[in-house]
Design a protein around this ligand. Structure first.
Ligand SMILES: Cc1cc2nc3c(=O)[nH]c(=O)nc-3n(C[C@H](O)[C@H](O)[C@H](O)COP(=O)(O)OP(=O)(O)OC[C@H]3O[C@@H](n4cnc5c(N)ncnc54)[C@H](O)[C@@H]3O)c2cc1C
Length: 315
């Protein structure tokens, strides 16, 4: 990830400002406020603003006049209880605003999360950056044979080089044609004084999906947790997971108690159906229980066995 001199200066200026407030702040998050945290080859996540901390959740749950805090241990117990029982509205009292730079094909997945406020960089108004996401070799995998939405074995050797070259060449060629249609180079210089440039809103349509876009993305803590539990999960594609993982680090700095509860009751937890529960109960009692009489599908059975570490998977 490369920032221009101007961008670095703007961030430094933001970081050096000091404002006094009567509101609660999160000291650890304050330390990284405005910083561009690198993701993928050219992307980043920056926390640009936030409201509330763990005590705000407690305060709203108790509808108290003051801070709402009794003791850290009591707060932690209450937040865990709220998380466990999906008593969700107190988590909506905290908000966070990110500035994110991400490839367009990942932005398409991200934008499906409707419970956020978004403002995207306008490619009708400005020329998009000349930067494309090219996966690293360890992320260049073949189509999975057992999961239509996933990746299988790594592709390596000359085939990997060929794919990487295709991705790079196509992105660069399309960007060159984008500049040609705009009649303007990325650095702002005109290509041919005798010609008019095509409108930016039209020229952008031939750009490849690995071009980077940017947006401000603001959401409340409840919906952030929903986003993170779906997108940091290993069913999500690697590229969006890379963003979710960096955001989980910001969550830890912002609301450490909620982070602990989230990792325990969401990320590390397993949802078990009533049929699945029946199977596990029988197994724990040492009773005979196999796939054929479990009433589970093959996929459900295998997921259940994996979750509980039983070596009973079927092929
Ligand atoms: C691994 C994975 C694979 C996916 N594959 C596909 C795919 O193949 N095709 C595809 O189209 N999408 C796909 N998605 C997107 C997915 O279906 C959701 O649209 C996305 O994850 C947003 O989740 P959400 O609705 O919970 O989030 P948000 O939109 O932020 O909504 C949060 C919650 O608010 C409530 N809510 C919001 N809007 C409404 C509404 N209009 N009506 C009722 N309740 C609402 C719901 O309870 C929802 O859970 C995939 C997501 C993941 C994580």
């Amino acid at each position: 990830m490369k920032l221009t001199k101007e961008q670095k200066k703007e961030i430094e200026e933001q970081q050096s400002q000091k404002n006094s407030t009567k509101r609660v702040t999160s000291p650890e998050l304050e330390k990284i406020l405005y910083e561009a945290l690198p993701v993928l080859d050219h992307g980043f996540v920056r926390v640009v603003d936030y409201m509330g901390d763990d005590t705000s959740i407690v305060q709203s749950a108790r509808v108290s006049y003051g801070k709402g805090t009794k003791k850290v241990s009591t707060d932690s117990g209450l937040i865990k209880y709220l998380m466990r029982h999906r008593h969700s509205t107190p988590f909506e009292m905290c908000e966070i605003k990110y500035h994110v730079k991400l490839p367009i094909f990942i932005a398409r997945q991200w934008i499906r999360h409707r419970t956020a406020n978004v403002n995207e960089y306008s490619a009708r108004y400005s020329v998009l950056d000349k930067e494309f996401y090219i996966p690293s070799k360890e992320n260049l995998a073949a189509q999975s044979t057992n999961n239509r939405q996933g990746r299988g074995n790594l592709i390596n050797g000359s085939q990997a080089d060929e794919i990487l070259n295709l991705l790079k060449d196509d992105a660069e060629r399309n960007y060159k044609n984008y500049e040609k249609m705009l009649n303007e180079k990325y650095d702002g210089s005109t290509i041919d004084e005798s010609k008019q440039g095509l409108a930016r809103e039209l020229a952008r349509m031939n750009l490849t999906l690995n071009a980077y876009t940017q947006w401000y993305w603001k959401t409340d803590l409840l919906n952030l947790l929903n986003f993170l539990s779906l997108r940091a999960d290993n069913h999500a594609q690697y590229e969006i997971r890379a963003y979710a993982n960096v955001m989980i680090d910001t969550l830890k700095k912002w609301v450490p108690i909620t982070y602990e509860a989230f990792m325990d009751y969401r990320v590390g937890a397993t949802e078990v159906s009533s049929k699945g529960k029946h199977v596990i109960k029988k197994m724990l009692k040492g009773e005979k229980c196999d796939f054929e009489n479990s009433q589970l599908s093959k996929r459900e059975w295998n997921e259940l066995m994996t979750s509980f570490g039983f070596n009973e998977k079927i092929i």
